[in-house]
Structure formats: C-alpha cells, structure tokens
Design a protein. Structure first.
Length: 355
C-alpha cells in the first residue's frame, strides 16, 4: 500500500486528500493517506468570505481568471485551463455543496456557511484518511509521496528543509494605516469599497491596493477614486446657489465631505481646480493594519516546481496552495488556487507513485 503524507490541514490539504481518494477509487486502489496539522483541521476555512466561504469567482476564461493574481499570473494560465471555476462548482456540488452567484460574480454556498463547507469536506474523508495533530518541521520518513500544504501564516520551514527557496513573505489583502490623522475620526464611514478605521483605511479596494503594493516600501501614496469631475461639474451648474459642500455630499458621505471641504462658498463660485481635486482622495500609507490581514504574499518559488506542483528540488515532493508564491485579490481567487493546485497535484501524485 502506497503511503501519502499531506502536511497541512487547510483547504488545499484537505481538498487534495479528497481528490486523491477520488482518483484512487477510479483506479480501484487504496492509498494510505495521513494529514498532519498542529491546529484544528480546516480551521482556516471558517473565516473565509466573512464566515460565508467565498468558494470561487464566476470567470471561466483561464487567462482572465489568472489576471486577478498579482503574483503567479502566468503560471496559473495552464493550471486554470486544467482545473478552473467550472470544475470547482462541479466538485463541490458532488460533495453536497450547491452554490449561487452574487451580483459581483463571487460564488458562495447556498447555505452561506463556511462551517457547512467544512462539514461536507470532512465527511468526504471520514474514516478514509488519518488525521494526526502534530507539527512537522522535518521531512517525514516512510512515505511514497509528501505534499506540503501549510499555507504562509508562518515561515514555511519544511519546504526550506527540502532545499526550496522562499520568496520574502509580506502581508497582503489587508488594511493600511495612514498619515493623515484628520480622517481617523471617520471610523466606520464607507464609500466606493473603502472603509475608514481607527488607524486608516480598509475594505475591498484597499485590500487590492495593499496586494498590488505588497513589496513597496512605506510610506507610499495611495489614490482612491472619489467623484467624476464631469458629473460634479454638471451637478454644480444645476445647483448654483447650493453650498459646495452640500453638492459634494450628494456623491460621497457627508462626514467625508465635511473633512474635505473647508469653505462655505456656493456652487457657482467653485473653480475647476477645486473640482479636479475631488477626483481622487490621496492618502499616505505608513504601515500594514494587520487586523484586516487575510493572506500573505511570497512563499516557495514557482521556478522550483513543475506544472503539476511537483518539486524540481526533491524527489516525490509536491507543494500546493498558499505556501507557494501565488496570491490573488479578494473575491474567491485564493481559494480557487487552493482547489486547482490540490486537484492537479492529486492526479499527478497517483500517476507518479502508481506508475
């Protein structure tokens, strides 16, 4: 009986076990699978999608889907062509997780529950996979295949022990602290996918900026779209006797307008320069706000694995999920990487050790 070790009991590790069992059943073989994790299995799945589990994103073109990954885009072209959104929807349906699509194209389980998804994934491996609660810091011995699926919350020591290079790990998809203290009194105010916090800004738009700028040194400038100058000009012309601040408040929250507009002038007296200045809100990011942190960037170099997630450095080693130098924007993209890498890896593991 072939023995397979999966180090990491998060989404990619457990899904890989599910897909290995699926491949094995098709070939009428029974591998001995052990998942090692020092934490509760699938605990990292529970907070995803604010507890609702944003499983994927409704995009079926593999090139377009890969564009949502600041790191790993070109590598993922081939990956998503072999296992993409349609495969995710189908596989979770087979697990008993039916899905629906939000207006913003994010895909969620109909139960709107990450706990439900966890339950269905665990049911698929119940009494078929060994679960061992322990930390693995050295290459496990006695296995025909080892799969690293540890994520990036901590330095990927095991991958390093196998000789793999680790790209510098940085927070990504997180809030940002800002220099401009006058905006901190706006805590809780939101607009255009941006939320003011007690230390700076957060929300989907900021998460995307923090991801794009993950390796940029602080402080750096960020620009947040505010008001289209043409639309503001039209509104001002239509309401010449209104106060400038009141017209601006029809586009953005009044509290934000009060911070930005320090004049009582009427709309008819507003200059083109003042209108143009409201096209963007320019702030200075000074540090990460780790309270909003979702994922990390960096990890095992993609130059050291092949298209099937098999190591080029060590024999019978595969590396999947967020431990790789792959990270996507918020919207189900990082989980899609977990599902795709796990499925492709599972198929290749079986093909390799049973050849």
């Amino acid at each position: 009986m072939k023995k397979i070790a999966i180090v990491g009991g998060g989404p990619s590790g457990v899904f890989c076990a599910i897909k290995i069992l699926e491949e094995a059943k098709f070939l009428n073989i029974k591998p001995d699978i052990t998942i090692f994790d020092c934490n509760n299995i699938l605990s990292t799945l529970l907070p995803t999608g604010n507890g609702r589990c944003n499983l994927a994103y409704y995009e079926f073109d593999n090139i377009e889907l890969a564009k949502n990954f600041p790191r790993g885009e070109k590598f993922l072209y081939s990956v998503f062509s072999r296992y993409g959104t349609a495969d995710t929807i189908n596989d979770f349906s087979n697990l008993g997780v039916e899905t629906y699509i939000q207006d913003d194209l994010r895909i969620f389980p109909k139960e709107n529950s990450a706990a439900f998804v966890k339950q269905k994934m665990l049911e698929a491996i119940f009494n078929k996979v060994k679960l061992t609660r322990t930390k693995i810091l050295e290459p496990p011995k006695g296995f025909d295949a080892v799969i690293i699926a540890t994520g990036l919350k901590k330095q990927p020591v095991l991958a390093q022990k196998y000789g793999h290079k680790i790209i510098q790990i940085k927070p990504s998809l997180c809030g940002l602290k800002i220099r401009e203290k006058e905006f901190l009194k706006l805590k809780g105010v939101s607009f255009n996918n941006v939320i003011f916090t007690d230390v700076g800004v957060s929300g989907p738009y900021i998460f995307k900026l923090s991801s794009i700028n993950a390796y940029k040194n602080f402080p750096y400038e960020i620009k947040i779209p505010l008001i289209n100058p043409e639309l503001l000009t039209e509104k001002l012309k239509s309401n010449p006797k209104k106060q400038f601040k009141n017209v601006v408040s029809s586009f953005i929250p009044n509290a934000l307008a009060s911070v930005l507009i320090n004049t009582d002038k009427q709309a008819a007296n507003v200059s083109n320069k003042e209108i143009k200045e409201l096209e963007f809100l320019t702030l200075t990011a000074t540090a990460y706000d780790n309270k909003g942190e979702i994922v990390h960037t960096g990890g095992v170099s993609l130059n050291e694995i092949n298209k099937n997630f098999k190591s080029k450095i060590a024999d019978n080693l595969w590396i999947i999920g967020e431990v790789l130098d792959i990270d996507g924007f918020t919207g189900g993209f990082n989980l899609q990487n977990c599902w795709s890498s796990a499925a492709i890896c599972a198929k290749n593991v079986i093909e390799t050790i049973y050849k």
